[in-house]
Ligand binder design. Structure first.
Ligand SMILES: Nc1ncnc2c1ncn2[C@@H]1O[C@H](COP(=O)(O)OP(=O)(O)O)[C@@H](O)[C@H]1O
Ligand SMILES: [Mg+2]
Length: 177
C-alpha cells in the first residue's frame, strides 16, 4: 500500500468534551489521527478523559466542539466497523458466555453459522472454551473481560477500541493476549 492510500481511519481535530454545562472538562482541544495498522495507546491518570474519548469515537456520546471523523465521516451514532471493549465489561447478566460473545455480531444480522464459527474461534483464542454456557456471575473479572473482548473481536472490526482491556487480567493472561 502506498503512503497516499493510508488515509487516517480516525481523525480528531480540536475536539472538546464537557459535562455538566461545561463545568467538567473531560478533554479540551484534542487532536490526533490514527491510520490503518496503527496501534495508539492513550495513557493518563484516572479521570483524565480516556473512557470519554473512546465513547465519543464509538458514537456513544456527542462531542461539544471540533470535528471527529471515523473512516472519513463525522461521528453521529455508532460508526460501521467500530467495536469497543468496555472497561467494566458491559455484559448482559441474563445471557450466557456464548450469547454475550455473539451479541455484537448478531446485531449486525450475521448468519448463525458465521456467528457460531467466529465466537467458537475467539473463545478458544482467549482461553474460554468450556465456559460457553456459564453466566457472567459465574466468571471472574478477568474472564468477563475476555468475553467482552471476544464480543468485539467476533465482529472483525476495522477499528477496535479497548478501554483498559487488560486491567482485570492476571499477568500471565495479559502477556498471552
Ligand atoms: N456522564 C458524565 N457526567 C459528568 N461527568 C462525567 C461523565 N463521564 C465522565 N465524566 C467526567 O469526565 C472526566 C473524565 O472521565 P473518564 O473519561 O471516565 O476518565 P478516565 O477514563 O481517563 O478515568 C472526569 O472528570 C469524570 O468525572
Ligand atoms: Mg476510564
Amino acid at each position: 500500500m502506498s503512503v497516499n492510500e493510508n488515509k487516517p481511519v480516525i481523525v480528531a481535530d480540536n475536539v472538546s468534551k464537557l459535562f455538566l454545562d461545561g463545568t467538567v472538562v473531560a478533554f479540551r482541544q484534542l487532536s490526533l489521527d490514527v491510520r490503518r495498522d496503527e496501534i495508539l495507546c492513550i495513557v493518563g491518570p484516572s479521570g483524565c478523559g480516556k473512557t470519554t474519548l473512546l465513547r465519543c469515537i464509538a458514537g456513544l456520546t456527542e462531542i461539544n466542539t471540533g470535528q471527529l471523523l471515523v473512516q472519513g465521516k463525522p461521528v453521529a451514532g455508532p460508526p460501521d466497523g467500530v467495536a469497543m471493549v468496555f472497561q467494566h465489561f458491559g455484559l448482559l447478566p441474563w445471557k450466557t458466555v456464548t450469547d454475550n460473545a455473539a451479541f455484537g455480531l448478531a446485531m449486525t444480522g450475521a448468519p448463525a453459522a458465521v456467528i457460531k464459527e467466529r465466537v467458537t474461534h475467539y473463545l478458544e483464542v482467549v482461553g474460554l472454551t468450556g465456559f460457553e454456557n456459564h453466566y457472567p456471575y459465574q466468571l471472574s473479572g478477568g474472564m468477563q473481560q475476555r468475553v467482552g473482548l471476544v464480543r468485539a473481536l467476533a465482529m472483525n472490526p476495522s477499528v477496535l477500541l479497548m478501554d483498559e482491556p487488560f486491567a482485570a487480567l492476571d499477568a500471565q493472561t495479559r502477556e498471552i493476549l
